[in-house]
Design a protein around this ligand. Structure first.
Ligand code: NAD
Length: 340
């Protein structure tokens, strides 16, 4: 199979592309390798993808372009005919969307439009794309289910991701393009993002610097280990959905397994308090953190908790990595990669 993975220089896209190459798929990557965080880390991931393709005898091509460049996206779809598209490139990060909203429009709205238009014209059999638990906002009942209302996002980032879900719905409705949106819940693990808590906390603890702990560490997150996420993404992408006579495009069930428009939670179904997460990092690093206790940040939600039953029923998704194990794997990777 030939699969387009956008955002393959990024954390989740890298792991997804690597797994696909290892199982013998041909992968085309698309990423502008922007400097939202350390470009050297992104280049190191790209180097590993090249080596993996060589080792497993898979084909690997890379487009270093901006998704907002319509011509570049069209050229990519002209050069290659894809059996699947897994769209993971985006301007990620909740807090940065308060600082630079325009980059979210550029990547998440214009970029998404270019990808979904290209899928439509190329008759791509299935578009799977990244959404986020942030679409639930606050004041939702626990655990979060796909049937809950999601029209009160707290951050601009979440608003752009919710917009993607609505855009996908319109394309599924108008053009019968099968789409699957996956609402990720705080993904962590080796090669993780430097702007996320696990990376920053590990770095600061190792360097003897204080760590900023918002909401005094009392909020909970459904931290989901990268290998579990990749397994779910690939299973969802492989599971091509097609329109059927019972499908009602005016009242689609977001988690129905037989509609061309689907949305699933993909989490760990087991929220952990931030303070317990920090304890796991301290344990793995072998050093106590100096905590700088701070209030909840504007736009932050107090708790996230996934109900991933629908994805389990549709494709057998079952996360099975406890946070202590996943955090230890991250710290081991961090020490090796940065030689500390
Ligand atoms: P990441 O920032 O590591 O990866 C995103 C990649 O997309 C980067 O390599 C970046 O260079 C690329 N990119 C951004 N804008 C682009 C553009 N305009 N053109 C081309 N490439 C562009 O982030 P990630 O953590 O791997 O996240 C992957 C996806 O999952 C994103 O859509 C993100 O919003 C979503 N998500 C992630 C998490 C998480 O916890 N990591 C949680 C919820 C949702």
């Amino acid at each position: 199979m030939k699969i387009l993975v956008t955002g393959n220089a990024g954390f989740i896209g890298f792991h997804t592309a690597k797994k696909l190459l290892e199982r013998g798929d041909n992968v085309v990557g698309f990423d502008n390798v922007n400097d939202y965080y350390d470009v050297d880390l992104k280049e190191a991931r790209l180097k590993i993808l090249k080596e993996t393709a060589k080792r497993f005898g898979s084909d690997y091509h890379f487009f270093r372009h901006d998704l907002a460049d319509r011509q570049a996206v069209e050229d990519c779809f002209t050069d290659h005919k894809f059996d699947r598209v897994i769209h993971l490139a985006a301007q990620a990060g909740v807090r940065y969307s308060l600082i630079n909203p325009h980059s979210y429009v550029q990547s998440n709205i214009i970029g998404f439009t270019n990808i979904i238009e290209a899928c439509r014209h190329a008759w791509t059999p299935h578009l799977t794309y990244a959404s986020t638990s942030s679409v639930y906002g606050a004041n939702t009942s626990m655990p979060f289910s796909e049937h809950q209302g999601v029209d009160h996002p707290l951050q601009f980032y979440a608003a752009t991701k919710r917009a993607n879900e609505l855009m996908a719905h319109s394309y599924s409705h108008l053009y019968k393009l099968p789409t699957t949106g996956l609402r990720f819940f705080t993904v962590y693990g080796p090669w993780g993002r430097p702007d996320m808590a696990l990376f920053r906390f590990t770095q600061n603890i190792l360097e003897g610097k204080p760590i900023p702990v918002f909401n005094e560490g009392n909020h909970t997150r459904d931290f989901t280990y990268i290998d579990d996420i990749v397994e779910g993404v690939i299973r969802a992408s492989d599971d091509i959905v097609r329109p059927n006579p019972e499908w009602n495009s005016d009242q689609p069930d977001p988690a129905s397994s037989n509609a061309p428009f689907r949305i699933f939670n993909i989490g760990n179904n087991n929220p952990v308090q931030l303070n317990a997460y920090i304890e796991a990092i301290e344990e793995a690093v072998g050093k106590k953190a100096q905590k700088e206790l701070l209030p909840l940040q504007p736009g932050d939600v107090p708790d996230t908790y996934a109900d991933s039953t629908a994805l389990e029923q549709a494709v057998g998704y079952k996360p099975n990595t406890p946070v202590t194990e996943g955090v230890a794997k991250f710290v081991e990777w961090y020490r090796g990669f940065y030689d500390v």
